[in-house]
Design a protein around this ligand. Structure first.
Ligand code: SF4
Ligand code: SF4
Length: 723
């Protein structure tokens, strides 16, 4: 479907109603992390293996032209014909000419996602050539007329009853939904195809420059038949699969099966270097002849990525699909919503290069930046980072939609106006407000309060309270400035007061630079770097004037933005680069900072407490700031809490900035699962370190488990301090 005709919201809602898909993805999502961990058990140092794979791929892409030249020369020396296809039309023309030249009427295929990228089967069929996919999953989806919904298990969205229906229709006989029977049936049917085929088309998991060989890592054995039985074998291999030496295949062979199918090794690993001899009938006799081997080195955007300082990283992908298996959004919607062949966050990036930026832009918001994928990717690809970079480039190329431009440039970047609007909202919300919550929104907004309440804007923001709560300390040990962020300033000012109380109890003087405003996270998240720079400069200026030892933030997303994003986006600004670095160096996340102070003061001893408290790790706190032990240590030291762990404590709560509102239909099931895990932990309180998570989880608990409360770590610590 043309990109402009797509209605992503509608597609999402259809997928959410697809019980077969939800069931399969849910079960697989549960089982995968356990199986993967088991498969990696005998790898002494998984991180070292990831480093090794990444280093090998980084070196390969840096030298890709030379590696491709060597691969071509070596493959040709062993009798293969190598063709470099710049794009889909070039590849198709070569292949159609070859089919014509060799009288090819029947083709069998295996393991080629690159061919799916350009809908090769369709082209061959239009030319009157009979094409059969022979990987079981690929064959099933071909029968169903679908595209793959997963990179390793293309038919994961279908159950056995549906598969049996497609089998029955294709074979014109009743096939029972019995998996072993269906596998046998497929084997029998496809065997005939192998024997009659004139050409086999395969992909490759790697191509080795030093000997011109290609490697295939498979489980079904059909790839061996595709590559050996027909008289012509065509390999379609993307440039990203090229590696310099045989030895370089080792980290791939160790990582790919473990990450993809949780196996120590796949059933078959085949290396093909040059055409193999085959038996042909001549004059009534069987004679041995070398078969033809054609290798198509496929570009289609790959070399452009290889030359791009940032996007050469996609060459580190070995297509294991681990990133999909742990992605909270993929687990809900499956692969088809991503639109092209490749699904999930990595799919969105590959789509931008192999298909179009327009297609990427349609689906880019399906990455919520939770960074779960970065913990499993064997090639260590920073998927959310690359998606953010593509958003930035999109904005540079054709700007923001008008409404967002207006919001970011004229409202969020204008502190006075932004804060006036928030104060107005505190009054305007009264008709729908119920205590500290908005529990029901009317009409088309109703979806936003389904399964969760929204927090009400506070009557008095923190900035209007600080004068009253600031203590004059006689000789403070340190002086810090508090960066509250919008949430703590206008929605949770009481938590801001708790931050003050905890810090002042440590004899630390706290100031609140009034010129501070939003950190800019929502703006940079949409790719608007220029407006974020304006915001960053104002905040830096405001905190420089405070002349403090540290800048404390009790929101991990704000901490990341101040500490990581500001120096990055201002790195090329001669006036601001050093100022941004100096500012960032002072930024500390609240719980980590307080944990250090408590440790020094000897206050970090574990004391048993009566209230069962479970801690929810925010995505940015755990996976960007690497802070997870400190809040737990703080909670355990209060004497009030018994810390209990919940299942998937570091899984996203579904808020993710604007995503939680815009895609409330996806946010709601993610939140529901989080609430179930909290309930199962037996906790009476959920502690958080992030006000956005507090908003989402607090709202969910209000509707789904009102006896359980959400509290920021600062609030729990403050409770233990006498006034
Ligand atoms: S960052 Fe999260 S949402 Fe984005 S692709 Fe990775 S796992 Fe999926
Ligand atoms: S991005 Fe990483 S995890 Fe995802 S398919 Fe590629 S190698 Fe596997």
């Amino acid at each position: 479907m043309a990109v402009n005709e797509r209605n992503i919201k509608k597609e999402i809602s259809q997928k959410l109603k697809d019980d077969v898909l939800r069931g399969a993805l849910g079960r697989f999502g549960e089982a995968y992390p356990v199986s993967r961990a088991k498969a990696y058990e005998n790898v002494e140092d998984i991180e070292a293996l990831r480093d090794e794979l990444k280093a090998m791929k980084v070196a390969a892409v840096a030298d890709i032209e030379a590696i491709a030249d060597r691969f071509e020369a070596e493959a040709a020396r062993r009798g293969a014909k190598v063709f470099r296809a710049a794009d889909g039309p070039a590849l198709k023309k070569y292949l159609l000419d070859l089919c014509k030249d060799k009288g090819v009427k029947r083709v069998v295929k295996s393991k080629s996602m690159a061919s799916e990228e350009i809908h090769l089967n369709h082209t061959l069929e239009e030319a009157g050539i009979h094409v059969k996919e022979t990987d079981l999953g690929e064959w099933i989806i071909a029968l169903a007329g679908h595209t793959p919904s997963h990179m390793v298990m293309p038919a994961i969205h279908l159950n056995r009853q549906q598969c049996a229906e497609y089998f029955s229709k294709e074979l014109n006989e009743e096939i029972p939904p019995d998996i072993p029977f269906m596998v046998q049936t497929a084997r029998k049917t496809l065997r005939e195809e192998f024997l009659q085929a004139d050409m086999g088309i395969s992909g490759a998991n790697f191509g080795i420059a030093e000997n011109g060989a290609i490697g295939l890592v498979t489980n079904e054995g059909n790839a061996r038949l595709v590559t050996t039985l027909p008289r012509v074998h065509v390999v379609i291999i993307g440039y990203e699969k090229l590696i310099p030496t045989v030895e370089d295949a080792i980290p791939i062979l160790r990582s790919l099966p473990r990450s993809a199918t949780a196996q120590l090794a796949t059933s078959y690993v085949s290396m093909i270097s040059g055409p193999t001899p085959t038996l042909v009938k001549q004059g009534g006799k069987w004679v041995e002849q070398d078969k033809e081997l054609h290798i198509i080195l496929f570009d289609n955007g790959r070399l452009k990525a290889a030359k791009d300082e940032k996007f050469k990283e996609i060459f580190q992908c070995v297509r294991c699909a681990s990133c999909l298996n742990v992605c909270p959004v993929y687990q809900l919607v499956g692969g088809h919503v991503y639109g092209h062949i490749y699904a999930g966050g990595i799919g969105a990036i590959l789509t931008a290069f192999f298909n179009s930026m327009g297609d990427f832009e349609k689906i880019n918001e399906l990455c919520i930046g939770c960074r779960k994928c970065t913990t499993v990717c064997p090639g260590r690809i920073n998927i959310p980072g690359l998606i953010e970079e593509l958003r930035v480039r999109g904005v540079k190329d054709h700007g923001l939609p008008f409404s967002l431009k207006l919001l970011f440039e004229n409202v969020i970047a204008n502190r006075r106006l932004f804060h006036s609007l928030l104060r107005t909202a505190a009054i305007g919300q009264k008709p729908v407000q119920s205590g500290r919550f908005i529990r029901h929104l009317p009409l088309f907004l109703a979806g936003m309060t389904e399964g969760r309440s929204l927090p009400a804007v506070a009557d008095t923001p923190l900035r209007d309270r600080v004068r009253k709560i600031t203590k004059k300390l006689a000789s403070p040990a340190k002086k810090v400035a508090f960066f509250s962020g919008c949430n703590m300033d206008f929605v949770y000012p009481e938590t801001g007061e708790s931050v003050y109380k905890v810090l002042q109890d440590l004899n630390i003087a706290v100031v609140f630079p009034e010129e501070q405003s939003c950190c800019g996270k929502p703006v940079v998240g949409f790719g608007d770097v220029e407006t974020t720079k304006r915001i960053a400069k104002r905040n830096i200026e405001a905190f420089e004037k405070a002349g403090v030892d540290y800048v404390i933030a009790a929101c991990p997303s704000c901490t990341e933005t101040l500490h990581v994003t500001y120096p990055e986006i201002l790195a090329d600004d001669p006036e601001w680069a050093e100022r941004a670095k100096a500012f960032a160096a002072k930024v500390r996340e609240f719980s980590q900072f307080v944990c250090g102070e408590y440790e020094q003061a000897g206050r970090l001893t574990k004391k048993p407490g009566a209230t069962k408290v479970t801690f929810h790790d925010s995505c940015h706190m755990k996976r960007v700031l690497n802070i997870h032990e400190e809040p737990r240590k703080l909670l355990a030291s209060t004497g009030a809490c018994e810390v209990v762990e919940m299942k998937d404590c570091d899984k996203c709560c579904g808020m993710a900035g604007a995503f939680g509102i815009k895609y409330s239909e996806l946010s709601a099931p993610i939140l529901k699962q989080k609430i179930e895990n909290i309930k199962d932990s037996g906790a009476q309180v959920v502690a958080v370190g992030c006000p956005a998570c507090m908003m989402q989880i607090g709202g969910g608990l209000d509707k789904q488990a009102p006896d359980i409360k959400v509290r920021h770590v600062a609030d729990i610590l403050a409770d233990q301090i006498k006034d």
